[in-house]
Design a binder for this molecule. Structure first.
Ligand code: FAD
Ligand code: NAD
Length: 404
C-alpha cells in the first residue's frame, strides 16, 4: 500500500511540534512527511518584542530547522506558500506544487489593524523576525538622524505603542531598558525621548489580574513610559497617530515610530481556502480538524478553539500551539492506523508577562508572581519551549541563562 503523504505548512510552534512528535513516533516506512516553511529557520515569536526593541539580536531569536528535524524521516522544503487548494489536495508555493493525503496548516499570525486607516502603511508590527529587525533599525535610524540634524525634530524620538495587551506591555518593558542605552549610543538627552502606550480599553492588559496590572504600570511608569488609556487609535499618518479622547474629542501625537501591537489574526492564506473562518482563524473540531475536511488539521494561531467553560475562544498562544502539535501528530498516526482520533484538551499552566530583562508579572498554577521570581519563570518557560522542540542541545545553544 502507498505510504500517505503528510504535508505540514509552517515551522512555528504548532507546525514544528507536529513534526517533532511525528518523527519521534513513526518511521519513514509509515508516511512521507514534508515540512514547508518560508525560511530555513524557526523564530521564537515569543521573543520578538526583545528583537524589536533591540535587547536581543535577530539571530538570537531563531534557530535552523535542520537542527530539530530528522532528515531520514522528514523532508524540509524552504518555500513560501502561495495557495492552498483543498478540493484538489494541493499546495502551491514559490518552489513548486505539493500534493498531500493529510495537510496540517500552521501558518501562524499576522497583526490585525481592524481596517483603521493608515496603520498598514505607517505603523510597524511585531509580526515576525524580519519585521522585528525593521522596528529595531527604524528606531535606531530615528535616534541617529536626530543627533545629526541641525534643526532638531524631537518627534523623531517619540515612540507610540498601540495596544496594551501582552505584546504591547512586553515590548514597552524592553524599551524601558533599551531607551537609556540608545540615548548613550546616539548622544540623545533622555528627557527628549517619549514612549507612549495608547490603549482603547479602560485598562492595561484587559481582563488580567488588576493587582498585577497595577504592578506592571507602576514599573513601566517608573521607567518613563506614559499611558493613554481608554483612548483608541483611529488613524495613522506619516507624522503620527490620531487618538480618540472623547465623543468628539481627538488628539494627534506626532511620532517618528508607531508600533502596532493591538491584536492578531490568522494567516491571510486561510481566507482563500474556502474553509469557514473568522479573521483567518478556523473554528476547529475537537480533534483539531477543519470542519467538513477530514484530511485537514489546523494548529496554532490559525485555529480557533472555544473554551466551553466560558464560551469564549482560548487566546492564541505558543503554549497552546505546541500542545496542539502533540495532539495533531497523535491524530495523524491514528488516522493512518485506522483508529479513532482524540480530543485536544489544553493544559493551561498560566501566563507570565515580562517587563524587561529582570522583572515580570504572572499567574502560574493559579498563584500570582512578580519581580525577579516571575522573570526567572518567564525565562524557564522560554527554555522549556526550546527543550520541547529541540531537546537539551537546543537549550544549551539558544537558552536564556542570565536568570538572576
Ligand atoms: P508562528 O509562531 O506564527 O509560526 C508560523 C510559521 O509559519 C513561521 O515560521 C512563518 O515563517 C511561517 N509562515 C508564515 N507564512 C508562510 C508562508 N506563506 N509560507 C511558508 N511559511 C510561512 N505565547 C505564549 O504562549 N507565551 C508567550 O510568552 C508569548 N509571547 C509572545 C510575544 C510576542 C511579542 C508575540 C507577538 C506573541 C507571543 N505569544 C506568546 C503568542 C505566540 O507567539 C503565538 O501564539 C505563536 O507564535 C503561534 O504559533 P504558530 O505555530 O501558530 O505560528
Ligand atoms: P491582544 O488582543 O491580547 O491585545 C491587544 C490590545 O490592543 C488590547 O488591549 C486591545 O484593547 C488593544 N486595542 C485594540 N484596538 C485598539 C486601538 N484601536 N487603539 C488602541 N488599542 C487597541 O493582542 P496581543 O497583545 O498582540 O496578544 C496576542 C496573543 O498573544 C494573545 O493571545 C496573548 O495572550 C499572546 N501573547 C502572550 C504573551 C505571554 O504569554 N507572555 C506575550 C505576548 C502575546
Amino acid at each position: 500500500m502507498k505510504r500517505p503523504t503528510i504535508l505540514v505548512l509552517g515551522a512555528g510552534y504548532g507546525g514544528l511540534a507536529t513534526i517533532v512528535n511525528l518523527q519521534k513516533n513513526i518511521g519513514p516506512d509509515v508516511a512521507d512527511i514534508t515540512l514547508i516553511n518560508q525560511n530555513d529557520y524557526h523564530y521564537e515569536s515569543t521573543w520578538l518584542h526583545e528583537a524589536s526593541a533591540g535587547t536581543l539580536r535577530p539571530d538570537q531569536v531563531r534557530y535552523d530547522i535542520a537542527d530539530v528535524i530528522k532528515s531520514d524521516k522528514v523532508k524540509f522544503v524552504k518555500a513560501s506558500v502561495e495557495g492552498i487548494d483543498i478540493p484538489g489536495k494541493q499546495v502551491t508555493t514559490d518552489n513548486g506544487v505539493f500534493s498531500y493525503d493529510y495537510l496540517v496548516i500552521g501558518l501562524g499570525f499576522e497583526g490585525e489593524t481592524f481596517g483603521i486607516p493608515g496603520l498598514d502603511k505607517y505603523a510597524l508590527s511585531i509580526a515576525n523576525v524580519k519585521a522585528a529587525r525593521q522596528i529595531r533599525e527604524h528606531i535606531e535610524y530615528q535616534f541617529a538622524t536626530w543627533s545629526m540634524e541641525e534643526v532638531k525634530d524631537d518627534s523623531r524620538l517619540t515612540i507610540v505603542v498601540g495596544g496594551a495587551g501582552f505584546t504591547g506591555i512586553e515590548f514597552l518593558g524592553e524599551l524601558g531598558n533599551r531607551v537609556p542605552e540608545l540615548c548613550k549610543e546616539f548622544d540623545v538627552p533622555q528627557e527628549k525621548v517619549r514612549v507612549i502606550c495608547v490603549e482603547a480599553a479602560p485598562m492595561v492588559l484587559p481582563g488580567f489580574d488588576p493587582e498585577l496590572v497595577e504592578y506592571a504600570v507602576g514599573h513601566l511608569q517608573a521607567k518613563g513610559i506614559e499611558f493613554s488609556i481608554g483612548t483608541p487609535v483611529v488613524e495613522a499618518t506619516p507624522e503620527g497617530v490620531k487618538i480618540k479622547k472623547g465623543e468628539e474629542e481627538f488628539d494627534f501625537v506626532k511620532a517618528g515610530t508607531v508600533v502596532w501591537a493591538a491584536g492578531v489574526r490568522g494567516n491571510r492564506l486561510i481566507e482563500q481556502t474556502g474553509i469557514e473562518n473568522m479573521r483567518a482563524r478556523v473554528k476547529v473540531e475537537k480533534d483539531m480538524r477543519a470542519p467538513g475536511h477530514d484530511d485537514v488539521f489546523i494548529v496554532g494561531d490559525c485555529a480557533l478553539l472555544i473554551n466551553e467553560e466560558v464560551n469564549r475562544p482560548y487566546p492564541p498562544t505558543a503554549q497552546i500551539a505546541m500542545q496542539q502539535g502533540v495532539t495533531v501528530a497523535k491524530n495523524l498516526i491514528a488516522l493512518i492506523n485506522g483508529q479513532e482520533t482524540e480530543t485536544f484538551v489544553p493544559d493551561l499552566k498560566g501566563s507570565v508577562c515580562s517587563l524587561g530583562e529582570d522583572d515580570a508579572i504572572g499567574v502560574v498554577f493559579g498563584k500570582k508572581v512578580t519581580g525577579a521570581k516571575a522573570s526567572f519563570m518567564k525565562k524557564m518557560v522560554d527554555n522549556r519551549a526550546l527543550y520541547m522542540l529541540g531537546g537539551p542541545s537546543l537549550v544549551v545553544k539558544k537558552g536564556k541563562f542570565n536568570v538572576l
